[in-house]
Design a binder for this molecule. Structure first.
Ligand SMILES: Cc1cc2nc3c(=O)[nH]c(=O)nc-3n(C[C@H](O)[C@H](O)[C@H](O)COP(=O)(O)O)c2cc1C
Length: 230
């Protein structure tokens, strides 16, 4: 049932531009117009326990090759929630000012998601909003092929425009730092749940602009994490 719903807009293989043309385009910071018409999927209750932090730190190493096994939807939600919650806790003033981080998922092998599905994490509702579709491997949307083949990628974005408006040039460094911390948190939780992965620069700007509506300034990709089962 869920899988059927998610395949809406994803049944035929299409390139970035083909799917993007069917999506409502964004204005302003790129998100409001799309919200109403997006399909959504509720994420399961988050796991509260994983491996001990000391074990995670001891085992931590970057891995760029993964098993052809689905990332669990509950695991994905747990990782996203931890990354978002950490930023809300650490940067509460900035979040109150509207300088927020957004999390996008590019799915290749994720439970209940179609291959190539691109989703935005709605942290308030703990849901994924389905906003586009393209096979990352076919489109080669990352510089390194191994990341295009990853079961899941989480791309962390933030508004450069809002950050710079609040803090001047320092806003640029600040939002990059926040993106780094969020991705590190995602990686730590993923490893605690038995995944392996690699922090990397992220997707090319073109697919982000064409499918997700990220223009690079009002919303900017900061960093990404690819992961899967070892
Ligand atoms: C901000 C940042 C961006 C990175 N971008 C990439 C990248 O695009 N591709 C890549 O292969 N490694 C990238 N890395 C490096 C890996 O994440 C990792 O730090 C490195 O391979 C060291 O391996 P280790 O984690 O096993 O110590 C990046 C690291 C950082 C901190």
């Amino acid at each position: 049932m869920i899988r059927e719903n998610l395949q809406l807009g994803c049944k035929e293989k299409k390139g970035f531009a083909g799917v993007a043309a069917e999506l409502p385009r964004s204005s302003g910071n790129g998100n409001e117009d799309m919200m109403a018409s997006r399909h959504q999927i509720a994420l399961p209750v988050c796991h509260e326990q994983g491996k001990h932090l000391a074990d995670v730190l001891n085992a931590r190493v970057s891995v760029r090759k993964y098993a052809e096994v689905d990332v669990g939807l509950g695991d994905l939600g747990t990782i996203l929630r931890a990354a978002k919650k950490g930023d809300l806790n650490d940067w509460s003033k900035e979040n109150e000012l509207g300088v927020e981080l957004n999390f996008y998922v590019i799915a290749r092998n994720v439970e209940s998601l179609s291959r190539g599905q691109i989703c935005r994490y709605d942290s308030a509702a703990h849901k994924l909003e389905l906003i586009g579709c393209s096979d990352p491997q076919e489109e080669i949307c990352t510089l390194q092929e191994e990341f295009s083949c990853a079961p899941a990628i989480i791309a962390v974005c933030g508004s450069m425009a809002r950050s710079v408006a609040e803090y001047g040039a320092h806003g640029y460094r600040q939002i990059l730092t926040r993106g780094g911390a969020a991705v590190q948190r995602a990686a730590t939780v993923a490893i605690s749940l038995g995944y392996v992965g690699c922090i990397f620069a992220g997707l090319y700007q073109r697919p982000l602009r064409e499918v997700v509506g990220i223009d690079g300034y009002h919303e900017t990709q900061l960093l990404a994490y690819s992961f899967g089962r070892p």
